[in-house]
Design a protein around this ligand. Structure first.
Ligand SMILES: Cc1cc2nc3c(=O)[nH]c(=O)nc-3n(C[C@H](O)[C@H](O)[C@H](O)COP(=O)(O)OP(=O)(O)OC[C@H]3O[C@@H](n4cnc5c(N)ncnc54)[C@H](O)[C@@H]3O)c2cc1C
Length: 406
């Protein structure tokens, strides 16, 4: 049996029409005109240049280069960065809205897209003017690729135990060690690498560096074969006597923990927006499949199931926007607040994708309809950017602190 692809995958107008139908006035009421304008722009670019390639990237595991370039060409890769660095000085809410759009069209593209930001953001946070101007504009205009390299074979959730070392050298630092599960690691031109200057210092020894992918001693593994997000590469990075000039120290020696913590505020907005975007993608694909099967008047048992999902997606979007707005107003927002958003929204993406496959029955299993892709991609969002267990840990600590402070 040949299953025709959904029209939303082949016809940009059908894509836009379906996704316009899924906008929720209750969530839109909190958005500014600029944020709504950016959503329109992102949806158009995604419909024409990103979504039509999503299934092919999933099947071929090819890197989403063209899709990311299309987003960069539309000036969407520098939303929260200042204009002098090539950004557009927009809000975190705008970023969340655009991330949801990109993810709804192609989650793998959204992972590369967000990683550009995750590499550029610590440089903006802790780098001096020279470092910012040297590396950030290229990451935002797509002329260079970036990675954020924290995780190691024996350190991920527990960042303080990382063992990549940075030792003083004549002109700066010499880095030795290994990173793993690094998004875009196989091709990154700019690597924000976290190393320890002294393991016995724990968190206080962690220090951040900007390392160029072309420097001597930087090695890369083959991209991993993975469950989801196939258009985004995940790879090991090896550092063997990599000489890093003093100028490429990010911030000061020993302040890497603060850089990590400052950066995860933004990165967890990304993952949360992916959760909402994948929930919406699964819902949209289910709706498109059901109307192909039944026409526009769906039986009650189907509209009941859809009603439940629609309400849950709206709740997730409202939470995403609320926390992103809170970050816009107060960058010191707590890890627990961020954690509730990341955990809830990524759990939502997975739960909606599971429910979508149930509603569709065997059609949920068909690659051509793309719901199974949403399910695989959504699962991955629960595993990175601080696993959802780690988010619960952070939320739990704040509960305990609040109780003890009574
Ligand atoms: C597709 C993908 C892309 C990624 N991209 C990047 C990247 O670009 N840069 C980067 O640095 N990393 C990246 N990662 C790595 C990811 O962030 C880590 O794998 C993740 O943070 C978990 O850390 P870990 O590998 O040490 O796992 P572990 O900490 O060993 O986790 C294993 C399990 O134990 C649980 N667990 C661990 N500690 C606790 C605890 N205290 N309480 C309860 N449960 C706990 C975890 O929740 C998980 O279920 C990526 C991972 C994936 C899958």
């Amino acid at each position: 049996m040949t299953v025709e692809p959904l029209s939303v995958d082949t016809d940009p107008q059908a894509y836009v029409a379906l996704h316009d139908l899924l906008d929720e006035p209750a969530a839109d009421a909190g958005l500014t005109d600029r944020e709504l304008e950016l959503r329109r722009l992102a949806r158009d670019v995604v419909a024409h240049r990103v979504a039509p390639h999503a299934a092919e990237l999933d099947a071929s595991h090819a890197f989403a280069h063209e899709s990311v370039q299309a987003l960069a060409a539309a000036d969407l890769c520098g939303l929260v960065f200042p204009r002098e660095l090539g950004g557009t000085a927009d809000s975190n809410v705008a970023y969340a809205v655009v991330m949801e759009e990109v993810t709804a069209g192609c989650a793998a593209t959204s992972l590369v897209f967000m990683t550009q930001m995750h590499a550029a953001y610590p440089i903006m946070l802790a780098g001096d003017d020279a470092l910012r101007h040297k590396y950030i504009p290229g990451l935002l205009d797509g002329s260079s690729y970036g990675s954020l390299a924290i995780t190691e074979p024996d350190a991920g959730s527990d960042v303080s135990s990382l063992s990549t070392t940075a030792s003083p050298s004549a002109d700066g630092w010499r880095i030795n060690g290994q990173k793993t599960f690094i998004t875009t690691g196989d091709r990154a031109d700019v690597i924000v690498c976290f190393a320890t200057v002294d393991r016995s210092l724990g968190r206080k020894g962690i220090t951040a560096f900007v390392v160029e992918g072309a420097w001597n001693g930087v090695g890369r593994g083959q991209p991993f074969e993975k469950m989801g997000m196939h258009g985004s590469s995940t790879a090991e990075l090896f550092f063997e006597d990599v000489d890093v000039p003093r100028t490429n120290l990010l911030g000061t020696e020993g302040n890497g923990w603060a850089v990590v913590m400052g950066s995860v505020v933004k990165s967890r907005i990304s993952a949360a927006a992916q959760g909402v975007g994948l929930a919406r993608a699964a819902y949209a694909r289910t709706l498109a499949t059901l109307t192909r099967m039944h026409g526009n008047r769906l039986p009650d048992h189907l509209t009941f199931a859809l009603a439940d999902l629609r309400g849950r997606i709206l709740q997730g979007r409202l939470l995403l926007h609320a926390v992103a707005r809170q970050v816009d107003r107060d960058p010191e927002v707590t890890a627990g607040q961020i954690g509730m958003m990341k955990q809830s929204c990524t759990d939502l993406g997975f739960a909606v994708a599971i429910e979508a496959t149930r509603i569709l029955g065997p059609h949920g299993d068909l690659t051509a309809l793309g719901v199974e892709r949403c399910l695989r991609d959504a699962k991955v969002t629960q595993l990175y950017d601080g696993t959802n267990e780690i988010q619960r840990l952070l939320i739990g600590r704040e509960i305990t602190r609040a109780l003890e402070a009574r």
